[in-house]
Design a protein around this ligand. Sequence first.
Ligand code: MLT
Length: 404
Amino acid sequence: MKINENFLKIQSSYLFSNIAKKVNAYTAANPDKPIIRLGIGDVTRPLAGECISAMHRAVDEMADEKTFMGYPPEYGHKWLLEAIRDNDYKARGVDIDISEIFVSDGAKSDCGNIGDIFSQENKVAVCDPVYPVYVDTNVMAGRSGDFVNGGWSNIRYMPCTAENGFLPEIPKEKVDIIYLCFPNNPTGMAITKDELKKWVDYANENSAVILYDSAYEAFITEENVPHSIFEIEGAKTCAIEFRSFSKTAGFTGVRCGYTVIPHELKAGGTELNALWARRQATKFNGVSYITQRAAEACYTEEGKKQIRETIAYYQKNAQVIYNGLKDCGFTVYGAVNSPYVWLKTPGDMGSWEFFDTLLHEIQVVGTPGEGFGPSGEGYFRLTAFGSAENTAKAVERIKNYFGK
Ligand code: MLT
């Protein structure tokens, strides 16, 4: 028996597991010091009442022989697919067919699993800093090359720094698979329609595919920022989009998302939609009926209203962090179209050093920028997904410790 040796190449622990271990060790040693967790982007507000009611009804249906259901349809119930099509696409002037939508247990799984349908020979491009799932899953798949000088030899890193406004520059050479996440995790920065059009044109001209993670679209506040890559002309022949109910509707513990693969997206005459359909039918058992009913309830008028209220709550937290840190002299980014605030660490402080200082001195947990890639060094991410009370408290602690 031989193992997949690619697993030996990656760090033994996933970024957020690593942070959780450090925080748990600190808590065990200091049980009297309560921690405020603004690290992993995990929601804290309860589910919308509409979703809860829909789940209760669905449970009752499962309890009755006449309405009980076994395996769900592989790609999602028709009524959920239609609700997604009508509300997330048609309402924005985008024509997507329900056969192009695949309901799943979340964007993380889909972003990781999508690699199954691509050859190992593809050249992958990622933003730097980047959500670690895109890189780690390519390492596991044997697409990364070797780890040299802080990066993978066969992965093209596209630095996103203060100098370029945290927007990646289009590669001069040909790459095959481009991961883009906007509004961005981790920097919280967004891309305009005009800027995204340049990527769509590059991908079409170079027979590349854009894997577009749009998990944070619900936080967009600015007009010229697209919610979907399919709002951009030409995207249907070059893009796959990942969406999630996690951050939109607080489903991190419920688990539901979806992926859109247009029929027009082809490689050598083969539809990628067909490959993903085949992959999912074999390896994925679908999303539970109860969960899909909860997801459907997000699209009722009342559901939309309740969800918007929760998003507004987190958006307010983002402003509290952003303004509080700015007042305190920090250089801060993000927050406007995103639940993430990206800050420059003070002086020459490394991002893990800043993490340790915040944990040990004021018991606030964030995410070190370096954990997202080499260009994240010297930066730090705080999430707006905490409670309003804890968010205000964390900002106060930072202000008191760092001077103002
Ligand atoms: C994050 O903190 O970056 C996200 O919560 C991770 C995720 O959504 O998987």
